[in-house]
Design a protein around this ligand. Structure first.
Ligand code: 6GU
Length: 246
């Protein structure tokens, strides 16, 4: 996967993603990350990348020219047959979720466009953006943190990025349920014991206990997820026990 991030704050994105698992994946050549400074493409003599909005109103709007030229420079570098998707980070986009992370992970190149101020001139957005994506219903000061969230989440679905390929599969959401609770040594911490079944070595019982815990958690914390979860008859009965009475 080749990521390109178009931003006014390339250092923020570089710094944010060069740590931990994603940083290691970049160093191992499983991913590449190019943070492109939109400001470097302005033809304005004072280096401005924004201007007042036509029609008036508060704030500034990012101009089309440096964004378009930055995009063209990325296109020149990517010699792939099809045009890469361009993801514009905006609270007006479709809400990012796990299914999209898996789908985006199949692409060979992804371009992220981060806006600031009151947004970007609509004309360049019409010309280059293929996907408008939001990371949730709240407002950020810019798209950078949202791009970093998406890159982190997409990357863990790319083969080799996680130490163990099965962990991407068995974690929260992949079967529509929240993950079960985890424990490690010691067996007793401040008088609280690890659930006995986990020490039993009885793998079928452990699997069943974990499945039940996942269902219990989902009922208690995210009952909205149950609509899409695949549950058998006995598991549906379990839900009645755990679902908060409405
Ligand atoms: Cl993707 N961008 C910005 N600027 N704000 C947001 C967002 C994205 N998602 C939620 N708020």
């Amino acid at each position: 996967m080749k990521y390109y991030v178009m931003t006014l704050f390339p250092e923020m994105v570089r710094q944010g993603l060069n740590t931990s698992i994603i940083g290691r994946a970049i160093n191992r050549g499983l991913l590449s990350l190019e943070c492109m400074d939109i400001r470097a493409y302005t033809t304005e003599k004072h280096g401005h990348v924004d201007d007042y909005p036509y029609g008036g109103g508060a704030g500034m709007v990012m101009q089309a020219q440096p964004v378009y030229d930055c995009y063209q420079d990325i296109c020149r570098r990517t010699e792939s047959a099809k045009k890469p998707r361009v993801i514009y980070l905006t609270p007006q986009g479709k809400t990012f979720e796990q299914k999209m992370a898996v789908e985006f992970a199949e692409e060979e190149t992804l371009i992220f466009l981060c806006g600031h101020y009151e947004g970007i001139d609509e004309r360049v957005l019409e010309m280059i953006v293929t996907d408008n994506v939001s990371i949730g219903d709240y407002v950020l000061t810019g798209g950078e943190l949202a791009a970093m969230v998406m890159i982190d989440s997409i990357s863990r679905n790319i083969s080799g990025v996680l130490n163990n390929d099965i962990s991407a599969e068995t974690e929260s959401f992949s079967d529509g349920l929240l993950e079960y609770p985890q424990y490690t040594r010691p067996e007793v911490f401040m008088e609280k014991r690890v659930p006995e079944v986990l020490l039993s070595g009885h793998h079928a019982n452990i699997r069943q206990w974990r499945r039940e815990q996942s269902i219990k958690r989902t009922c208690e914390r995210r009952p909205d997820l149950l609509d899409k979860a695949v549950l058998d008859k006995k598991e549906l009965e379990l839900c009645k026990k755990y679902l908060p009475i409405s």
